[in-house]
Design a binder for this molecule. Structure first.
Ligand code: SF4
Length: 460
């Protein structure tokens, strides 16, 4: 009999998004397929019997989840864990631990001082440091000598088997088992159809924005044909929309154009959404993306202050931001601009300038986040050195349900107030509301946008 492996998104009091070394309280109950677990399924299913429970999506409480797991009786549990919810995740995992059951975790909270973290949590057996690698298979089959990105217990003690992250390497992944991720409660505000899936065509990010954990993961990308195989499966499963979760879609222009061509050739007719950067989107690239079904791009604009953009190594300026938003408009691609308010250099003036700037670039949606000193980032190290946070601060929420630090010039309450003001000034303009209404193309979109609107109003 094959070993039984359970992939688990553990229960929580709130709707938590814990994936890809980030964790947050979902702003409006949006929740997509947890990518770490999804990416592991293809590999695991080749050797083991794989089950999946998403206790967050299916609103399963702790006791019910515990009973479900008891009935499945897996030998191995691979669970997500998050800085936002570690106070709930850890006791639950401790409860699940049995003498012959192995507990493996993946999540942001484990990225720093991992060895010490494992010493503090003796019921956890191992930590996955790259969910696209084969390490977890080697680990479960006892082939320790080839593991390159895990930290785990051995008879001799804890072994930190992390090597230097690879850069610019092509890889192939056994096709993820999307059929296991069938909760009706997955939703994402920028897709245009309820029946969507999440796909990752690469791993990490080669850019070096100092507040972002992706810059610490190295960068690898999947072969185009490997991605196409996955899209074929999704077509068979009847999916209509794809959320490409690459942190910067389009890094390698040649490869991206090849992917777009193959998507067109295969006649998938998916609509899709992705994250990208303003300095890699060109006229040629966006045209190809549009023709392959892209209808929305999410850009990290962060701030309109050139000083802040430089300080946090964004690598682009306001002129590039304006130009790319203009290009998206030309090709009728919707834009989402994400902002970070409350970085240490933020003043009332820089925040107000940012609010004016986002109206100027005429983005279709804006998302306002508060600076979070995420684990293992240069920004966190600096925040500790400068005394903005304590070095043992672990509970963090990228969703902004609480703010971890003040700035050089603003208190936490002032940052919170500026965020509310930004939401009001952007979303409550009559011209904006009219534009949004006119752009709605389906009943699903109408429902989603009304829901999002009500959630935003609740934040004010
Ligand atoms: S480009 Fe985006 S994903 Fe990459 S390091 Fe910068 S913020 Fe992170």
């Amino acid at each position: 009999m094959n070993k039984k492996v359970l992939l688990l998104n553990p229960p929580g009091r709130n709707v938590y998004v814990r994936d890809y070394y980030c964790s947050k309280t979902s702003k409006s109950n949006y929740l997509f397929q947890p990518i770490d677990l999804l990416m592991l399924t293809g590999r695991l299913a080749l050797r083991f019997e794989v089950d999946f429970i998403d206790a967050i999506a299916d609103r399963i409480d702790e006791d019910k989840c515990f009973n479900l797991i008891d009935a499945l009786s897996p030998e191995v549990i691979i669970s997500l864990i998050g800085a936002v919810s570690s106070k709930e995740d850890l006791p639950f995992l401790e409860r699940l631990k049995k003498e012959k059951r192995c507990i493996v975790v993946s999540g942001d909270v484990t990225l720093e001082n991992t060895k010490e973290w494992l010493i503090d949590h003796p019921f956890i057996d191992a930590v996955i440091m790259d969910f696209t690698s084969e390490d977890v298979i080697y680990y479960l089959e006892g082939e320790d000598e080839v593991i390159t990105n895990m930290v785990y217990r051995t008879k001799e003690g804890i072994k930190d088997a992390r090597c230097l992250r690879s850069e610019n390497e092509e890889f192939v992944l056994p096709i993820p088992k999307h059929e296991l991720f069938n909760s009706k409660n997955y939703r994402f505000p920028f897709v245009r159809h309820k029946n969507f899936s999440t796909v990752l065509t690469d791993y990490g990010c080669p850019f070096k924005c100092s507040f972002c954990v992706m810059s610490t993961l190295g960068y690898r990308y999947r072969k185009v044909e490997n991605v196409i195989e996955e899209l074929k499966l999704l077509k068979k499963l009847g999916k209509k929309e794809i959320f490409f979760l690459d942190q910067t879609f389009g890094i390698n222009k040649k490869r991206t154009i090849e992917l777009c061509h193959r998507i067109k050739e295969e006649r998938f007719y998916f609509g899709w959404v992705c994250y990208s950067r303003v300095d890699i989107i060109s006229d040629e690239l966006i045209k190809e993306m549009k023709e392959a079904g892209c209808h929305t791009i999410i850009f990290g604009v962060e701030s309109s202050s050139e000083e802040i953009l430089r300080k946090y190594q964004k690598g682009y300026n306001k002129t590039q931001i304006e130009k790319t938003f203009g290009l998206c408009k030309k090709y009728n691609i919707r834009t989402v601009a994400t902002f970070i308010l409350g970085l240490p250099e933020e003043t009332h003036e820089t925040a107000m300038e940012t609010i004016e700037f986002l109206k100027k670039i005429e983005c279709d949606f804006a998302s306002f986040n508060i600076a979070v000193p995420r684990m293992n980032t240069p920004f966190r190290r600096e925040a500790i050195e400068r005394g903005f946070i304590a070095s043992d601060l672990e509970v963090l929420d990228q969703g902004g349900s609480f703010i971890a630090m003040s700035t050089n010039h603003l208190t936490i309450a002032q940052v919170e107030e500026l965020k509310k003001r930004a939401i009001k000034e952007f979303y409550l303009r009559p011209s904006y509301l009219w534009k949004r209404l006119k752009a709605i193309s389906s009943f699903y979109e109408f429902k989603e946008q009304v829901y999002e609107g009500l959630v935003l109003l609740r934040c004010l």
